[in-house]
Design a protein around this ligand. Structure first.
Ligand code: ADP
Ligand code: MG
Length: 228
């Protein structure tokens, strides 16, 4: 019974979310349609055409980003879990992000223990790490350092992602993980929601400490599996 209720709630939440995702995608479609109609009806100067095309491309990109962030969450296939080693996986993600970070004057450091075994879906885990690390980099427009640590604490694996960026107020922290909450011009506001739901589904949790102007400290806490 309990399981049925949980499932019903989950489906309801998915439906709600799908409705708001649809809404967010309809906005860019409306904009693009409006411009195309304009193009069909009147002569437009070459200069204006260029401007309109830029706007349309931006709107299309936004729709695409919303869809890809959302799909990570809603991907229907059965989740395949495997045994992964957190430190190894984190180093791999950090490697992928290095060039992006360097462009923004951010240095990434990883400090990970060995034998940090988890049983979960590898690509979803990487996606969560990328989302949180990318937010850290984006919070440091003047550059800084992003430190990622992973260690075992009793029967848990604790992963910490620490940036020296703009930080958040208590009110801002409370809104984290709400769908479409974003303070960025090009943000989707889906990245953290996706992470939170994935991590909760694995029996884990996310904690956030932050100070305005100083930086932010995300902790992901997940159940460890034994290393035999
Ligand atoms: P997006 O990155 O598309 O805005 P997210 O769900 O990834 O969406 O993040 C939501 C919001 O949370 C961001 O717009 C930002 O305001 C805030 N945020 C997330 N991570 C950090 C961070 N490390 N430092 C400061 N603010 C952050
Ligand atoms: Mg983000």
């Amino acid at each position: 019974m309990q399981q049925e209720i949980q499932r019903a709630e989950k489906l309801y939440a998915m439906g709600e979310l799908a409705a708001s995702v649809a809404h967010e995608i309809r906005n860019p479609l409306t904009v693009v349609r409006g411009f195309l109609q304009l193009f069909g009806r009147q002569q437009i100067s070459v200069e204006k055409q260029g401007d309109y095309i830029d706007i349309m491309l931006k709107e299309m990109n936004r729709a695409e980003e919303i869809i890809s962030d959302y799909l990570t969450f809603a991907r229907p296939h059965i989740e395949i879990r495997e045994r992964i080693e957190a430190g190894e996986q984190i180093k791999q993600v950090a490697g992928v992000m290095t060039s992006y970070a360097l462009l923004k004057n951010v240095e990434i450091y990883t400090e990970t223990e060995e034998h940090l075994f988890l049983e979960l879906n590898r690509s979803k885990f990487s996606q969560c790490m990328i989302n949180i690390m990318k937010n850290g980099v984006e919070a440091m427009p003047e550059g800084g350092t992003l430190t990622v640590r992973a260690a075992r604490q009793d029967n848990k694996i604790v992963i910490q992602i620490i940036d020296t960026g703009k930080g958040m107020s208590k009110e801002e922290i409370k809104r984290l993980g709400n769908p479409f909450y974003s303070t960025k011009e090009k943000g989707t506001g889906l990245g953290l929601m996706v992470c939170y739901r994935i991590i909760e589904a694995w029996g884990g949790k996310v904690e956030v400490q932050s100070e305005k102007g100083k930086g932010t400290h995300f902790s992901i806490i997940l159940p460890a599996v034994s290393d035999e």
